[in-house]
Design a protein around this ligand. Sequence first.
Ligand code: PEP
Ligand code: MG
Length: 602
Amino acid sequence: MKSFQGIAVSPGIAISQAFVLAAEGVRIPLQYVQGNALDAEVARFKKAVAEAQEEVIASRDSITDAIGRKYGDIFEAHFQILNDPKLILEIESLIREFRHTAEYAVSETMHKYVAIFRGHDNSYLAARGNDILDIEKRLLQLLLGVRRERLRKLDNPIALLASDLTPSETANLDVDIVKGFATEQGGPGGHTAIIAAALGLPAVVGVGPFLNEVVDGDMIIIDGENGEVIAQPDEETLNRYRRKIEAAQSLAIRLSDSLADQEARTHDRIRVQLLANIEFPFEAPQCFQRGADGIGLFRTEFLYLLQGRDRYVSEEDHFHVYKTVAEAVQGRPITIRTYDLGADKVLDSPTSFDPSSEGKNPALGLRSIRLSLRNVDMFRLQLRAILRASVYGKIRIMFPLIATILELRQAKMILADVKDELLEEGIPFHHAIHVGMMLEVPAAILMIERFVKEVDFFSIGTNDLIQYTLAVDRSNRDVNHLFNSEDPAVLYLVKYAISVANNNGVPISLCGQMSSNPLYTMLLLGLGLRQFSCAPASLTEIKRICGLVEIPECERIADAVMEMESARDIRSFLREKFREVLSAARKAESPDSAFDSEYEMR
Ligand code: PEP
Ligand code: MG
């Protein structure tokens, strides 16, 4: 039995057989092939070589035609290397003699030659190392591409263990097959994590290098509550986890039975609006079974991230989705956020609308509303669809990542223009549709006094706010310890935003992941927040905490927190308060009413 620690990002526990997916571009982990599969592995390698040869010949010919023989010859050199019997034999014998996977054998051999070339004094020869790396990348893409293809064709459940997963790859996982995943890379606030939660997939990210210690078919436990990944668990551990799954299921049923139909109110009867964050339209009805008051954030990026559709997303595609969700929420409010592509939400294959061209610092680059204001046709098309759907429900529009007042005004001007266009065309829409913005860039919160006059509502996006306030990449495991919701600077901004919005009578919610964590519920209530927009799976839990606490006590907690100096102090203080509330509640309840120790453990 081996255990690896990562970051828990999507709750639940998965127990299944491993399917390992390494990635080109990062060092391939040492993996072994079973003895009876060696011929197939060699055949897989040779097929990849043949395909790579075809690709380089095609590149040679097209480059020669386009810019001349001199450039085409670069690919001729690649072809010669791929055709070298000594090299092919060397890789083949690594597979046959050492039972290495084709990927590992290719990577090891190629890196050996890269080192030899690069060690050369002659700069021409040293630069040839890059050609070898190019060939390695091409072969790995072919080999791993086939493996990705296999992932799509599996029909038995698996635990997916990968170097990394993009949000798009995650959105396209078949949840009937993939029971959970763990990745070496990734951080707590990344979009991959958010999509995993939306799909109900237990997930652990940022484990660090561990793929070379597991092989396909190993029994794996992915503990999305505690961030643990266990390979080849012993019988006792397996049984313990099976019991945990049963306990969690029965707790979820008890919570939803007792709370789903009730309004969220604090113990002293203050009404709290509990909204849901959704990624996919299919989640909308589930939110209402869990008692949501509406949708506080509908992330529309899924329209672009799902595969198998034309890369071009049409107005009708948008309209159909928004109308379906508007009808599903049955008169409750639904906040549609315009597309927030870029940074970690990149498309897997390039399009004319390609956020991956955004430079080396994508979180600070052409992402989100900036991309919309640059691709106005595409933005208008989405706005048209949202407006058209607005006659089917209480739709509100929200703009992401607004940093300056001019950006907001520009987005609103485009919206006004789209409204005029629909008016001229005689297409019905809700003229007074509410327009709001995310508060997720510190600049916007610092200037919130100016924004209050120009929007109908705000929503605080702590996932990005933390990243931009603390200069911490939300998807990077190496700085995960710095990504803290309870950092005093972050809380200072959250408190300021809530108080200015409340003083000006502008509704404000919090839709970052912070609102889904019950540890922060008392603090946020104490800071004056009355609208939470949470992950659907957390709704009943947050409702439960609201019902246990009173506002004056929450305000005292918030006052004490705002005096503290470090995230660490704040976290331990909040943990203590959380425990106190739960144990007081348990004492007041009959022993069999609910909330066992499992709940408190979290
Ligand atoms: C946020 O940044 O907190 C947010 C809700 O937006 P996203 O996670 O989609 O960037
Ligand atoms: Mg955001």
